[in-house]
Ligand binder design. Sequence first.
Ligand code: RNT
Ligand code: ZN
Length: 419
Amino acid sequence: MLTAEQFNFAKKDYERWGIDVHQALETLKSIQISIHCWQGDDISGFEINKSELSGGIDVTGNYPGKARNGEELRADLEKALSLIPGKHRINLHAIYAETDGKAVERNEIKPEHFEKWIDWAKKNALGLDFNPTLFSHEKAADGLTLAHPDESIRQYWIEHCIASRKIAEHMGKELQTTALTNIWIPDGFKDTPSDRLTPRQRLKQSLDQIFAYETNPKFNLDAVESKLFGIGSESYVVGSHEFYLSYALQNNKICLLDTGHFHPTETVSNKLSTMLLFNDKIALHVSRPVRWDSDHVVAFDDELKEIALEIVRNHAINRTIIGLDFFDASINRVAAWTIGTRNMIKALLYALLTPNDYLKKLQDDGKFTERLALMEEFKTYPFGAIWDYYCEQMNVPVKEDWLKDIHHYEQEILLHRHN
Ligand code: RNT
Ligand code: ZN
């Protein structure tokens, strides 16, 4: 009742600027976020002969209750999804294959190893996305995979990527929604390279071989994810932004921008308008880098709002594939998903409730005083009341009420898991 009343007051404020609030909520409802499964178990995966997490990414913290298998991870995801408004997608990594206790080489993974995920996705009306896993493996131990000088190692990873794309295509077909396969590799050097070109040449050739196998674009699309540096690849990363941006453009692939993969003062929000002029689609890994690519839980901060504004004001909702990528093991993992995903959705709502066309016109008219004044004033418009109403309408907890569910789930389920 209170929520509805506050909503009606707030709605009037926005209507004065010609914003159709109900339409904004309808649009918001249609946006699917690809929620990464790996927040739930610190990127451990289910492989029989597990290797330590490698590839220059790191998860810190040891909060209790991490998921130990598919059943637990899916149960945790269901809990998070029950606290997040809207219908979304789940983003899997190859190491989340379920192989019935048998060790299966990564270049031999098949759709059948993801049957449980697919059945679960069907039951919960979720889409699935996919990532080959080119880290945490003995064949990636020296920090090189698709750019490795050893041809047999390159070949192994090429086969893994093709196998992954076939799985994603199968998922897309089964679920009748296009899957995105995103390739990210850790390849790089700790110290100054003596040759920057040859590894990139090898990566280019490896990608050509991977994509020589064609998948049906109705069921699978391919993205490539760039990076600037990682732990152990501080001086040189083979798959840099320029590399993948060029590769994607030349080969009709999707360039994926991870918000943690650039210089700390460089923003992804400022790249989107350029990318939109030259690329049909853009993919994102929304993350929160704190001084480095730390993969903190996404916060409702200025850069997140700016990213959402760029997507909305440039009419690019249907051209942007929004995925999340963070991993924090120092807090309740189900809460981490809930906080980060709700924030992404909130930011999109914030952008949808901004009179973007009017503000654009002010800029064209050279009215910069008014532009700044209004952009600042809109920051304190009663956005929260619209958000609360949306949550209520979508049958998920309003405001911080979801924390109660998390506490309950922690007491009843998570704290009973002993590794
Ligand atoms: C690493 C990349 C990559 C991974 C996931 C697990 O820096 O961001 O996307 O985080 O694939
Ligand atoms: Zn990423």
